[in-house]
Design a protein around this ligand. Structure first.
Ligand code: SF4
Ligand code: SF4
Length: 169
């Protein structure tokens, strides 16, 4: 179940994404584009509220699929080489198997910018450089960071997942 503060954050993000998509029908982000999931700077970091939601999605997966995810998480080890491919990503379809329950960072990537660092997605960054994306009112990533900080500390997906698996044994 999504906590009330997280639900509010999702609603804000969904609205920003909707407005951007509405004004740009050919926006790059879409099913099958998995490049961001394959070039993460680190293993996804989640607050407890985000993990509680993600865990629901994981628990609903077929056992075989969950086993494969567990294998990929173990293979990452304590210091994964960068760029990191998200261990949840389905390598065959390029889809996120827990799309409805995905973390906030996955929801904002491609639609939000950081004032200091700029855009995160290189493909969209290139479009901006080419002048193909004008009049985009980007989401403000600092606002997201502050909202997440209010949800509590973050832990890596690996840590959350391994604790969960240990409890299930
Ligand atoms: S953020 Fe970039 S890489 Fe990720 S789905 Fe959007 S266009 Fe594709
Ligand atoms: S949780 Fe899903 S959307 Fe997020 S990085 Fe992993 S596969 Fe991609």
């Amino acid at each position: 179940m999504t906590s009330a503060p997280l639900r509010l954050l999702h609603t804000d993000i969904d609205e920003r994404v909707r407005l951007i998509r509405e004004g740009h029908g050919d926006w790059l982000c879409g099913k099958g584009c998995d490049r961001c999931c394959k070039r993460l700077a680190d293993v996804p970091q989640l607050t407890g509220a985000e993990w509680a939601l993600l865990q629901e999605g994981l628990a609903a997966l077929p056992p075989d699929q969950l086993d494969l995810i567990a294998t990929r998480i173990t293979a990452l080890g304590p210091t994964p080489a960068r760029p990191v491919t998200c261990p949840l990503l389905d390598p065959d379809s390029g889809a996120c198997p827990v799309y409805a329950q995905r973390p906030v960072a996955c929801r904002t990537y491609g639609f939000y910018v950081d004032r200091e660092l700029g855009l995160y997605c290189r493909d969209i960054e290139q479009q901006v450089a080419d002048g193909a994306l004008d009049q985009v009112i980007w989401g403000n990533h600092e606002v997201i960071e502050h909202a997440l900080a209010r949800l509590g500390p973050q832990r890596s997906l690996t840590a959350w997942f391994e604790d969960w698996q240990a409890q299930r044994r």
